[in-house]
Design a protein around this ligand. Structure first.
Ligand SMILES: Nc1nc2c(ncn2[C@@H]2O[C@H](COP(=O)(O)OP(=O)(O)OP(=O)(O)O)[C@@H](O)[C@H]2O)c(=O)[nH]1
Ligand SMILES: [Mg+2]
Length: 247
């Protein structure tokens, strides 16, 4: 008797990077312990970053894509998701390049995705004392808005900003998130919940890497907070006033 074929689940990794020369190679090596195929999307980083990316080009399983101009985290992730789908992958583990995420948790996120391939799997950050207070507050505000935007939907987003998640690729591309910068992470999660996708939240430790170890944040407090506020305004209006066509 032939067994029914397991639904196809072919994961890869998508890493957006903008000037992470001291951490990008470590992050790639860390994820490759769990998944062979990696798409690194360079968001027009400077010369030091380019040297690290050149070295990565000779690593088996790694594709390095260069964007002609800096477009933001969201633009870089979307580029990677499209490329991964075009190569026939079904899921993408997205991880940031700044070394903040506990890569040893990748198997738990991947196992959650494999068990429920239709779900969006989100890291729920567990912070230690290294996390800046202002960022923790901004996060709480975002969590509140996302709760309001997805009220009544079955998918529950525990944290809309974490850069460690697994996307089912077809649905992620179909979600058509417009945000190109830090507004992208909450937007795509909310849009996927609106599409009816279930969400699996997986706890994972996040550490703010000190600068001497190459930790770098490009999060620009003013610009990115304004962008995140605008995306929440837009998503709330779409949800409650149904003005989808204009937003
Ligand atoms: N900020 C920023 N990040 C980008 C850009 N393009 C790609 N990225 C990558 O997106 C990921 C997240 O960027 P971070 O600056 O760490 O943003 P964050 O994790 O929300 O902010 P922190 O909590 O302060 O680390 C990193 O891998 C960046 O290299 C860009 O234009 N700006
Ligand atoms: Mg970061």
């Amino acid at each position: 008797m032939t067994m029914p074929e397991e639904a196809e689940w072919r994961p890869c990794v998508v890493i957006p990077t903008y000037d992470n020369p001291m951490t990008i190679e470590r992050v790639v090596a860390g994820v490759q312990e769990h998944v062979h195929d990696v798409f690194v999307v360079d968001d027009a980083g400077g010369p030091e970053a380019q040297a690290a990316l050149e070295r990565l080009k000779s690593v088996a399983g790694v594709r390095v894509r260069h964007r002609a101009e800096n477009g933001g985290k969201g633009a870089a992730v979307k580029d990677g998701l499209h490329a991964a789908l075009a190569e026939g992958f079904t899921h993408a583990l997205q991880v940031d390049a700044d070394g903040q995420h506990a890569l040893e948790d990748a198997p738990r996120l991947l196992a959650a995705s494999r068990a429920r391939p239709e779900a969006l799997v989100l890291g729920r950050p567990v912070f230690d004392a290294s996390a800046p207070k202002a960022r923790l507050w901004g996060r709480k505000v975002s969590v509140f808005w996302v709760w309001l935007e997805t009220l009544g939907k079955p998918g529950k987003i525990a944290d809309p900003l974490c850069g460690f998640r697994v996307y089912p690729l077809e649905a992620a591309v179909a979600a058509q998130a417009r945000g190109d910068r830090m507004d992208f992470d909450p937007e795509i999660a909310v849009r996927m919940v609106w599409m009816g996708l279930p969400v699996v939240n997986v706890d994972t430790k996040v550490r703010y890497v000190p600068p001497e170890e190459g930790g770098i944040s490009h999060y620009r407090a003013f610009r990115d907070n304004v962008l995140v506020s605008l995306i929440h305004a837009r998503l709330t209006i779409v949800r409650y006033l149904g003005l989808r066509r204009w937003l």
